[in-house]
Design a protein around this ligand. Structure first.
Ligand code: ATP
Ligand code: MG
Length: 240
């Protein structure tokens, strides 16, 4: 199981949107996915109730910093991707969730560059490294990038973060109304009505590329759970 945490203590950076896109994309590919909905606004829980959920996708709505480690242990053998959607605030769950993550994704709005919330997460990751010896892989993902933001401006933001030693994903999450609409209509990018939601193809392409890039950053232990096999691929390879 790989744990991916979406963290930015600034509200509205795009954590919940990115979490749902990753979760629905991996579930669609046949992986077993769980989302820990630790956002007090519970958007993903509400989305799941409205949509009836999706195959291979389980939503966990209640957890505390104390119960998280045992939840992770319980899920380890039956889930491929465990995705944590945190609150846009600094709270007790933040440090615990970062500490159990294989990769921390820090969404930052590409246009606003109000990166204070991102800086707090980066500081906490640095503290975990210095004080606990925990070196947790992490990347910034630029979100809500509109066609008005030039390639040059994006490259400048990436270069600035790279210069501080922060990895920035090649794939930004573009500003797409489809990403709002899936919450509103209780749909996924794959079962949504193309008449009600515009530019679904572009939204799907962007989400797929984003999910593939994130997957490539994870330690090589995620195997697709193929029906008929009791163990995911990587475990079968290791067991062989
Ligand atoms: N790529 C995008 N395209 C269009 N709208 C987006 C995109 N990303 C986020 N939004 C919208 O921006 C708002 C904030 O996004 P989201 O809820 O994902 O942020 P968050 O970091 O989870 O916020 P919070 O800290 O309050 O939990 C929402 O209305 C969402 O629909
Ligand atoms: Mg949220």
């Amino acid at each position: 199981m790989s744990v991916i945490t979406l963290a930015n203590t600034k509200g509205g950076a795009g954590k919940t949107t990115a979490a749902l896109l990753l979760a629905t994309e991996y579930a669609r590919q046949g992986y077993r996915v769980a989302v820990l909905d630790a956002d007090p606004q519970k958007w993903i829980t509400a989305w799941s109730e409205a949509s009836g959920g999706a195959a291979n996708l389980e939503i966990i709505s209640q957890v505390t910093a104390t119960s998280l480690p045992s939840l992770i242990r319980e899920m380890r053998n039956r889930i491929d991707f465990f995705i944590v959607d945190l609150a846009g605030a600094r709270n007790a769950l933040l440090g615990t969730a970062l500490g159990i993550s294989d990769h921390v994704l820090i969404p930052v709005q590409g246009c606003a560059m109000d990166a204070r919330g991102a800086a707090q997460v980066l500081e906490l990751l640095e503290q975990l490294k210095m004080q606990c010896g925990l070196d947790i892989a992490h990347s910034v993902v630029l979100t809500r990038v509109s066609s008005l933001v030039t390639t040059r401006a994006l490259a400048a933001v990436k270069a600035m973060l790279n210069a501080r030693g922060v990895n920035v994903l090649e794939t930004p999450l573009n500003e797409r109304s489809a990403y709002r609409d899936v919450f509103e209509y209780g749909a996924t990018l794959y079962n949504a009505d193309p008449i009600a939601i515009s530019n679904l193809d572009k939204a799907r392409d962007n989400a797929r590329t984003f999910a593939a890039e994130v997957k490539a950053l994870l330690p090589r232990k995620v195997g697709r759970s193929i029906p008929g096999y009791s163990l995911p691929t990587w475990r079968r390879i290791r067991a062989a």
